[in-house]
Ligand binder design. Structure first.
Ligand code: PLP
Length: 361
C-alpha cells in the first residue's frame, strides 16, 4: 500500500480517490472501446456521449436553467477573463470590477484591452483581508457587467452570499469554488471557472452564460472564444480538452454519488470549521481575514514566529501533508481544502499543527 498523502495544493489540486481509481481501471479501455479516453476522436459517438453525460450531470448538480449555455473551453481562467470582455462589451460603455485581491486585479487587467474598465469597489483599506460588501459597490446603468471573484484563492477571501446586483449583469470567477455548494445560477449573467482547482485536471475552463447575452462579440473575437459559436457547436468548434472533460465527468458522477452539492456543502463547512477552530484556539497560528470573508476553500495562516515556517512546511511534507506553502507572492502557509480533500486530511493536518505547536511553541 502506498503511503497516504494529503495534497493541500491550490491547483492543480487533489482529485477524489474514487475518480482516480476509475480512471486507472479504464485507462487502456474506455467503456469497452479498446482505447483510452485520451485517444478518442472528439467528434465520434463515444466521446460525444461522454461529453454530453458530463454536461448533463453538471447541469443537474447546479440546476442550470435551460436558457444558459454550459461551455467546456480551453485557455484557463485568465484567457476567459479576456474572452468574457470580448463577448459582453457590446452591452454597455464600461465594465465594473470589484477588487478583492490578486485574481480580481488580474481579471480587470485582462479585460482592459477590450472594454473600458472601472473599479467599482476596492478592498485595499482592509489590505485585501475582507470583501467589499455589495451595498458598497458603485456603478451605474451604463455598465456592461459587474465582475467579482467569488473566492480569492491566494488571500483566502470569499463572498459567502451571492451579491444582490439588481438590474446589472453579474459576472464571477469561481475557479476555486464552483461546486462546493449549491448555487442559484439564475442570479448570474456569466460564471467561469478553471477546472484545475475544484473540478478536474488542468486544461479546461467551464463557462456558464445566459444565452441572451451572447451573439454580440467584438469583431476581433477569435471564433473559438466566441461563446455563441461555441454554444452552437456544443463546445466542439475546435478540439476540446477531451481528457480533462472526461475526468471532470467522473468527478460530477462522484459528486452526485456523495449526495450532490447540498451534501458537499455540509462536509465542506465541517472541514473549514475544524481547521479555523484549531487556528483560533492557538496563540501560535493566525488567520487575518475578516471572519465574514474567511474562505471555506483556501485557508491561509501564519506562524507567530515566521522563522519556523520553513520548518513547519518541511515537517508537514515529511508527515504526508503536501503542498501547504502559501502562494509565492505572499508566503506563509495555505491549506486548500476543496471537495476532494477528505475530512481525514483535515484531522491529520490539525493533529500535526497541535503537535508542532507543542514542540516549538
Ligand atoms: C487559479 C486561479 C486563476 C488562474 O487560472 P488559470 O487557469 O491559471 O488562468 C484565476 N482565478 C482564480 C480565482 C484562481 O484561483
Amino acid at each position: 500500500m502506498a503511503r497516504t498523502i494529503y495534497n493541500f495544493a491550490a491547483g492543480p489540486a487533489v482529485l477524489p480517490d474514487a475518480v482516480l481509481e476509475q480512471a486507472r481501471e479504464e485507462f487502456r479501455d474506455c467503456r469497452g472501446s479498446g482505447m483510452s479516453a485520451m485517444e478518442l476522436p472528439h467528434r465520434r459517438p463515444l466521446f460525444k456521449k461522454i461529453a454530453a453525460e458530463a454536461e448533463a450531470d453538471l447541469r443537474d448538480l447546479l440546476a442550470v436553467p435551460d436558457d444558459y449555455a454550459v461551455l467546456f473551453m480551453q485557455g484557463g481562467a485568465r484567457l476567459q477573463a479576456s474572452a468574457l470582455a470580448m463577448n459582453l462589451a457590446a452591452h454597455g460603455r464600461y465594465a465594473a470590477y470589484i477588487n478583492t485581491g490578486h485574481w480580481s486585479g488580474g481579471a480587470r487587467g485582462l479585460a482592459d484591452p477590450y472594454i473600458n474598465v472601472e473599479t467599482a469597489g476596492d478592498a485595499a483599506a482592509s489590505h485585501y483581508r475582507d470583501i467589499v460588501p455589495p451595498a458598497e459597490w458603485r456603478f451605474d446603468e451604463h455598465t456592461a457587467y459587474v465582475h467579482y471573484v467569488a473566492n480569492e484563492t491566494i488571500g483566502g477571501v470569499q463572498y459567502h452570499e451571492t451579491p444582490e446586483c439588481e438590474g446589472a449583469v453579474l459576472v464571477t470567477d469561481m475557479t476555486s469554488e464552483l461546486l462546493w455548494r449549491p448555487l442559484d445560477v439564475s442570479r448570474f449573467g456569466l460564471i467561469y471557472a478553471g477546472a484545475q482547482k475544484n473540478i478536474g485536471p488542468a486544461g479546461m475552463t467551464i463557462v456558464i452564460a445566459r444565452r441572451n447575452l451572447l451573439g454580440k462579440p467584438l469583431p476581433i473575437t477569435p471564433p473559438v472564444l466566441d461563446y455563441r459559436q461555441q454554444d452552437e457547436a456544443g463546445s466542439l468548434l475546435n478540439t476540446p480538452p477531451t481528457w480533462s472533460w472526461y475526468i471532470a465527468g467522473l468527478v460530477f458522477k462522484w459528486l452526485k454519488a456523495q449526495g450532490g452539492l447540498a451534501a458537499m456543502e455540509k462536509v465542506n463547512r465541517r472541514k473549514a470549521a475544524r481547521l479555523y477552530d484549531a487556528i483560533d484556539a492557538s496563540g501560535f497560528y493566525t488567520n487575518n481575514v475578516a471572519p465574514r470573508a474567511r474562505s471555506l476553500m483556501n485557508v491561509p495562516f501564519l506562524l507567530a514566529d515566521s522563522a519556523l515556517e520553513p520548518v513547519f512546511l518541511e515537517e508537514a511534507e515529511a508527515a504526508g501533508l503536501a503542498n501547504l506553502h502559501g502562494h509565492q507572492s505572499v508566503g506563509g502557509v495555505r491549506a486548500s481544502i476543496y471537495n476532494a480533500m477528505p475530512e481525514a486530511g483535515i484531522a491529520s493536518l490539525v493533529e500535526f499543527m497541535g503537535d508542532f505547536e507543542r514542540r516549538y511553541g
